[in-house]
Design a protein around this ligand. Structure first.
Ligand SMILES: Cc1ncc(COP(=O)(O)O)c(C=O)c1O
Length: 412
């Protein structure tokens, strides 16, 4: 792909391997992340990501183009340009059919679509009161609330799969799901939907999504939603192999896209039934049309997705290289902290990626210390890496900040 970067002519791009040190690397960091506050190591990349300057500039160019003549842009090239973003995603997530991909603001929005569809199942009496939704005890709280707000209110009940640290093997996770599925079968509970986090937020563990989807299908679970909020850009991804009904991931976390943009991949058979939670002119014109007209709004973050992919290809040696780099750095940091705190990593290397679990739950006295940590974090508006480490070390803080970005930002 061609990349246009400040100070470089198109076509004269230096492709560099992801090394994480050296002059070219330092220059790239200085050029692309100078808008970050200096002296702060952003180790919580998982919440908000870190959008590079060249991608923000690409987004601004789209914005200017749309402002030049909004009518023409909206009713002209927008659809084609959004398709280019969807195609870029299809190639990363190995999705054979780009029509099964839509862009939404975030995974919360995708979850709302699925939760609303569940609610309609109850309201239209296709589902029966007490039919269940299977979720992890540590599923992302906002996603849980979403299913409570729509599906539980309409008659669903939530069955929780218990996951407790330390998680030392994929087998342990599969067994936990198996136990919950068996219990549901014993009580003749119909499971209408399983929500499987691909990378749980707290603790942060990469779950064996493909095996869990297969397990749920064998047990007769009707539909499966994989919440891959942290997945794209963080782990190698094949939605075809995972074979869930729905898969959603944020592009503004680990793929360097601007806020806010996520994709939802839904199997073709579900597309007609799903709707964007904000209903506008394109209601019932197909999910892509609904998602590309959510009232009057700015679509430039969706348009800048290709620039984010180009940033990774042009500066970081491509996605696989970035993924491997993140993993190495995250593990090194996890091991350093575990040793400093006299605890152990909350999970093994195979179940970690660019994220790690700090072994928080394994230390005594978690709650209060965690609050202190968060309060101080809020007061100070961020931490230098030294401060954070010292604070944690001296007070044996069980640091539950679940995502540790070990990539570019930590180097700043
Ligand atoms: C596992 C998981 N699911 C869903 C979300 C929601 O993402 P967003 O707030 O971008 O919708 C997050 C956010 O961090 C998450 O960690």
């Amino acid at each position: 792909m061609t990349v246009s970067m400040q100070g470089q002519e198109a076509g004269s791009i230096q492709r560099m391997p992801i090394v994480g040190s050296g002059k070219i690397w330092e220059e790239m960091l200085a050029r692309e992340f100078s808008h970050h506050r200096q002296g702060i190591a952003r180790i919580n990349n998982g919440s908000f990501g870190s959008c590079p300057r060249s991608v923000l500039e690409a987004q601004q160019r789209w914005h200017r183009q749309w402002l030049e003549q909004p009518d023409e842009f909206y009713f002209g090239p927008l659809e084609k340009r959004l398709r280019a973003s969807r195609e870029a995603i299809a190639s990363i997530i190995r999705a054979p059919n780009v029509e099964e991909i839509v862009l939404v603001d975030n995974v919360t929005t995708a979850a709302a679509m699925i939760a609303q569809d569940m609610a309609w199942g109850f309201l239209e009496k296709r589902f029966h009161p007490g039919d269940a939704i299977l979720m992890l005890n540590c599923s992302y709280a906002a996603v849980k609330k979403c299913f409570e707000a729509y599906a539980v209110r309409a008659g669903a009940r939530i069955i929780e799969v218990e996951l407790a640290l330390p998680i030392l093997s994929a087998r342990q996770i599969i067994d936990s799901f198996q136990r919950s599925l068996e219990q549901a079968a014993k009580s003749s509970t119909t499971i209408r939907l399983a929500v499987i986090d691909h990378i749980t937020s707290m603790p942060s563990v990469v779950l064996p999504a493909r095996d869990l989807v297969a397990l749920c299908r064998d047990a007769g679970v009707e539909q499966i939603f994989v919440d891959g909020a942290h997945a794209i850009g963080n782990i190698e991804l094949s939605v075809e192999e995972i074979d869930a009904d729905y898969y959603s991931s944020n592009l503004h976390k680990w793929l360097f896209a601007p806020h806010s943009v996520a994709f939802l991949h839904a199997k073709a058979k579900h597309l007609e039934r799903l709707h964007h939670p904000v209903v506008s002119h394109n209601f019932k014109l197909g999910l892509f049309s609904e998602c590309s007209w959510v009232g009057t709004r700015d679509y430039t973050s969706q348009l800048a997705v290709t620039a984010a992919v180009e940033f990774i290809d042009g500066n970081l040696g491509g996605l696989s290289s970035l993924i491997a780099f993140n993993h190495r750095r995250a593990m090194a940091m996890a091991e350093m902290l575990a040793a400093a705190w006299g605890t152990q990593c909350g999970t093994c290397a195979e179940l970690a990626q660019g994220v790690w679990s700090g072994g928080a739950d394994l230390l005594p006295g978690g709650g209060i210390a965690q609050r202190e940590f968060e309060e101080q974090e809020i007061r100070d508006g961020g931490w230098s890496s030294e401060n954070a480490m010292d604070f944690c070390r001296s007070s044996r803080i069980p640091w539950r900040s679940a995502q540790c970005c070990s990539s570019t930002v930590v180097n700043l």
